[in-house]
Structures are given as C-alpha cells and as structure tokens.
Design a protein around this ligand. Structure first.
Ligand code: ZN
Length: 465
C-alpha cells in the first residue's frame, strides 16, 4: 500500500514538475526552401510552395500537431522586377511563430538584336560599312534599338545592347565586300578635229571607285594618221581589278591642209649651188621637188643627196637642149630615158614624175615639131607618167632679179593659191638666197612645204602646141 502510495506520489510530482517546465512551441518549414530566398524570372508565373507548421512541447513531446494551419501574408508580382516577402505564421497552444520567404523577381534574359539585310547591298573595298539597319528587343525593357552600340573591326560589325538588368545582347554582321561599279574613261577633248600635218595628242584618263587611277591600264585600239585626211576611230578599254569593264570611243577627223600646201620645185640642176639649197631646206625641215638635168654632170652626185634628204627627184631633161629634145617624140623620150637612167644610178630607182622643159604650154617646141606637146602629154599618160607645170613663177629665170624680188613673187603667189606649185631654178644663187625668207615666212603663216607625189596637184597649163 505504501509502495503504491509512493509511486502515485512520485508520478504526481513528476507531472507537476513536467507541467511546470514544459514549453509549447511551433516550428515552420518552408516548402522547397532555398535558404529563404527564391528567384523567379520576370513574366513567369509564381506559385507559392507554402509552408508546413508543427506544434509540440519541450517536455510533453508526445503531444504534438503536425498539421497546424498556416496563414500567409504578402504577395509576389512576377510581372515586376523587385524583392517580395511572404510571411507564414502558425499558432499552437498559445505559442506563435512566423517565418519569412524572400522572393526576387529577376530578369536574366538578354535582349535580342535583329539585323536588317538588303540582299543587293555591298560595301566597296576600302570603304566604311554603311549601316543597313537593326532593331533590339528586350523581354522586360521592350524596344532597345536606340541603345544599340556598334563597332566595325576587321570586316565585321559587332553590335551590343545592355538591358536595365545588365544583360548584354550581341550580334555580328560580316561585311560583304564587292566592287560592282565599272571604272570611268575620260577622253580629254572628246571628238576632235585636227589639221593635216599637225600632231594629235591623245590624252585620256581612267578612274575606278576602288582601284583609283587606271589610266595606265587603258588599252587603245586604232591610230590617227595626221598626214592623211580622213576620219579615224579610237576605241578605249579598261578593266578594274574585279572585272568591271568600261569602253569609250572617239572620232578624230584629220582635215586636209591643201589650202596651205606649197610645192617648191627646182629645175635645171643639180649644180654648184645645190648643196647650199639642201642646207637651208634641212634647216627648215622643208621638202621640195628637184626636176633634174645632166647639164652639170660633175654634180650628178647631188641627185643622190636630194633623194636621201627626203626630197622628190623627177625628170626635167638630160640635155635641156630644145632643138634636140623637141626634134620629135622619139628624141624626147630618148632624152627622158637617159635622164631617168642617171636618176636610177643615183637613187636606185627611176621616177614616173616629170616636167617638160619650158612646161607643157611652151611654144618653142613648135619651131622644131608642130603639135609635139599635144602628143607628148598623151604619151606620158599612156606610159603611166605624171607631168607637172606650175601656178607660181618665182621669175628667177627672167633676167637676174635680186633675192627679195624672188621671195616676194613666191610669197604673193603662195597667198593666192590653195596649192602652190612654184617654179624655181637652183642654178641661180639669188633663188637660193631667197629661200630663207620664203621658208620662214611660210612656216610662220601655217604653210606646209612638201615634195610632189604622183597624187599632188599638177598645176597643168593649157597645151598650145
Ligand atoms: Zn628648164
């Protein structure tokens, strides 16, 4: 009995001590807890994982509730960046507990940059890139186009843009380099007209937007012969380093100089004055025609010099003896052939050009052979020969005029003819002395001194016998 009493007493004492020392408490567990700090991407839905609360006693541990009611306060707006707090609270037998969950709504998505591209657009080599356009969009900030920065480096354009959360969006554009523009050819002067005997200076240039100056690469087809009147076409071509071609044409018209041509002719030589004449002609670069004779055989060698200097050598007469030459047509051609043989010996070839002694209009021949000039003119044509008379007389065979009178006659005559064939004789020293004046005045006034050819103006006289 006593024992029972003692046990009950002890139990009552223990209960009393236990009741006195026991404390009720509440424990809150956050579901899916991440150290009390959750993050959610802005724009995503946020679902609160909630919390669990357990109530129990420090001594009476067997008395507990695992499913306490949890009350939540606070909310999260996941459409707005920020830090939000959710507070959970629960009570148990007078004990109250709260616990907080921090939720950060963040933006970790970088903005995107969209590049516009024109399929026909390209950048010329060596040129800066011309922006084709772009736009930038951010999931939170919206249009960030105005904040895009770009930098061109080694053929690439690097774009970047940073959103308000510090996320960086990037894009790259590889620059398309090309050269699709042809070079340009510039012809200075365009279509030109030049005077016969003058020089045509072909000046042009070519430039390319990428290659720069291409003048040295221009190929020119065709040429201009300024000694022959006519129309010439020059074709220009150039290609740049990328195969773009350019072409151009120009027409050059060479206008005949015939109104200013002077054919000085010297009959009856060569003789002791001929070398002096060759010297003055060489000084002025003038070419003339020598209708040669064999009256001074010791000067035959001058014929070779005349031809070598670029002058025309033609037949005048071997003997220059009128009675002999005009005794008959056979006699004439015999004399002609003899002179042409001298010319062949001196120059290597005969000539088809001649001047009749006294000219085709002479009347002296009538004393020996009436009608002979008419026959000779016709026979010359049949033989393929060309005879020349004159339309300007230096008058050097009429008496002995001084050099000034001779020069004055020649210059006057030159001015009144489109094409002057001037009769002179290199057997008169005054004639040779007059040449300085004639040549210098003529060249200063645009006349061209040329040697006769078979196509030159023949200045024929009227045949009177
Ligand atoms: Zn003569």
């Amino acid at each position: 009995m006593f024992v029972v009493l003692c046990i009950l007493l002890a139990a009552a004492a223990a209960l009393l001590i236990g009741t006195l020392s026991n404390r009720w408490y509440v424990t809150i567990h956050l579901n899916q807890d991440k150290n009390g700090s959750d993050t959610v991407e802005v724009g995503d839905a946020y679902r609160d994982p909630g919390a669990k609360a357990v109530g129990s006693g420090t001594v009476f541990r067997f008395i507990r509730n695992d499913h306490l009611k949890v009350t939540t306060s606070g909310s999260v707006d996941a459409s707005k960046l920020g830090t939000y707090q959710l507070t959970y609270s629960a009570a148990y037998r007078g004990a109250v507990k709260t616990k907080t969950r921090t939720v950060r709504v963040v933006d970790t998505v970088a903005p995107t940059i969209e590049l516009k591209q024109n399929p026909d657009s390209y950048t010329a080599y060596g040129q800066a890139y011309q922006e084709e356009g772009y736009s930038a969009q951010d999931n939170y900030d919206g249009d960030l186009t105005a904040k895009v920065k770009s930098e061109e480096k080694n053929g690439v354009v690097y774009y970047s843009v940073t959103d308000s959360s510090g996320n960086v969006g990037k894009a790259e554009r590889k620059i398309v380099y090309d050269d699709r523009t042809a070079p340009t050819i510039t012809l200075n002067g365009g279509d030109e007209t030049v005077l016969q005997g003058t020089q045509f200076q072909d000046t042009y240039s070519a430039a390319d937007d990428v290659d720069g100056d291409l003048t040295g690469k221009v190929q020119v087809e065709g040429s201009v012969d300024t000694s022959t009147p006519g129309t010439y076409t020059l074709h220009y071509q150039v290609e740049d380093a990328h195969g773009n071609k350019a072409e151009a044409d120009r027409t050059v018209t060479v206008k005949p100089q015939e109104s200013k041509m002077v054919y000085l002719t010297f009959d009856d030589g060569p003789c002791k004055y001929t070398q002096q004449l060759l010297d003055v002609l060489a000084k002025y670069g003038a070419h003339v025609t020598f209708f040669v004779t064999n009256q001074f055989p010791q000067y035959q060698g001058m014929i070779a010099k005349e031809a070598a200097a670029g002058h025309t050598v033609a037949v005048h007469s071997y003997s220059h003896d009128y009675p002999t030459i005009y005794a008959g047509t056979d006699a004439y051609w015999k004399d002609f052939d003899a002179m042409n043989e001298v010319i062949r010996n001196q120059t290597g070839s005969t000539t088809t050009l001649l001047r009749f002694p006294g000219g085709s209009s002479n009347m002296i021949s009538k004393e020996y052979s009436p009608g002979i000039m008419t026959q000779l003119v016709q026979q010359a044509g049949e033989k393929g020969l060309t005879y020349f008379d004159w339309n300007v007389d230096s008058t050097d065979a009429n008496g002995h005029p001084n050099k000034d009178a001779i020069a004055s006659h020649i210059i006057q005559g030159m001015q009144t003819h489109n094409s002057s064939v001037v009769l002179c004789h290199d057997i008169h020293p005054e004639t040779i002395a007059a040449m300085e004046t004639v040549l210098s005045w003529g060249q200063q006034n645009g006349y061209t001194f040329a040697a006769l050819t078979k196509d030159s103006y023949p200045a024929h006289h009227t045949v009177k016998n």
